[in-house]
Write a protein that binds this ligand. Structure first.
Ligand SMILES: [Fe+2]
Length: 273
């Protein structure tokens, strides 16, 4: 009997170690995901680093994120929102310091998400050098010999009458037109004429199961079974004239519970066809 108890204790200990190891790997390590997109609008190679959903945590190695971004050798960096969690305004200065470090690597273009929308944060971002907050504006940028137009919106809750055509004129054909939007809501801007849309928000469904994919999407548990719309929760999605890329981001909310969906930064290479 005593031997059996000791055996059960031993297996419980092994199980706890395995669970802790898997959890640490899936929640505290960082990977760099590389994707190449092609277009006839350039003959260059444009290197874009994506950072999203940091949900700034003292628990996470934020310096590692900076180092990894630097290693991608980006021409430009896009920050896609949720850099701190809702209400955690005490972390705003930390995030500002983080953005400042990013801006020493390359120019940063940022949008806010459904957490990091405080006026104090937005004001401090606009005061940073080489960091551009895109709040229903666009900026024209030239990288190497390629002309880009980078649009950003901060909208996370779309009204029935929302129409991007009321906000911007039709994108010019001689530029690579890019939208940064925290929420990957293709029905709201898929037909606008962007070449590429970059989004975050989904956290990749947090837990990703074989065949089922993400556990959570747009208010639905196991969306592959329960959701009738198109699921765009992680990776590249090709539409008629637009490519949508959704990064599952780095951090967590409300608790660190990623599985099979490690924190990530992304290197997007845009090349000629
Ligand atoms: Fe988020």
């Amino acid at each position: 009997m005593k031997k059996k108890k000791r055996l059960i204790k031993f297996f419980c200990l092994i199980l706890a170690v395995v669970v802790l190891a898997v959890w640490s790997y899936d929640n505290l390590t960082l990977k760099t995901v590389e994707t190449t997109l092609t277009t006839e609008k350039t003959e260059d190679e444009i290197r874009i680093a994506l950072v999203s959903d940091l949900h700034y945590s003292y628990f996470y190695d934020n310096d590692k994120v900076i180092r990894s971004i630097k290693d991608t050798n980006p021409d430009i960096i896009f920050v896609l929102g949720d850099m701190y969690s809702r209400g955690m305004t005490g972390r705003i200065d930390k995030v500002i310091g983080f953005l400042e470090e990013l801006s020493e690597i390359a120019d940063v273009y940022a949008v806010t998400g459904d957490h990091d929308y405080d006026d104090e944060y937005k004001q401090k971002v606009t005061e940073l050098k080489n960091v551009y907050l895109l709040d229903y504006i666009y900026r024209d940028v030239v990288i190497k010999d390629t002309k880009l137009r980078i649009y950003g919106i901060n909208n996370v809750y779309f009204t029935d009458t929302f129409d991007l055509h009321n906000e911007f004129e039709t994108p010019p054909e001689d530029r690579i037109n890019i939208l940064l939007s925290h929420i990957p809501s293709m029905p709201h801007y898929g037909d606008f004429g962007f070449d590429y849309i970059f989004s975050g928000d989904t956290h990749g469904g947090m837990i990703r199961l074989p065949w089922f994919g993400g556990l959570y999407y747009n208010g639905h548990i196991l969306p592959k079974i329960t959701y009738n719309g198109t699921i765009t929760d992680k990776g590249l999605y090709e539409f008629e004239n637009t490519s949508l890329y959704v990064t599952s981001g780095i951090g967590n909310y409300p608790i660190p519970l990623r599985f099979n969906n490690r924190p990530e930064i992304c290197l997007i290479k845009i090349k000629g066809e």
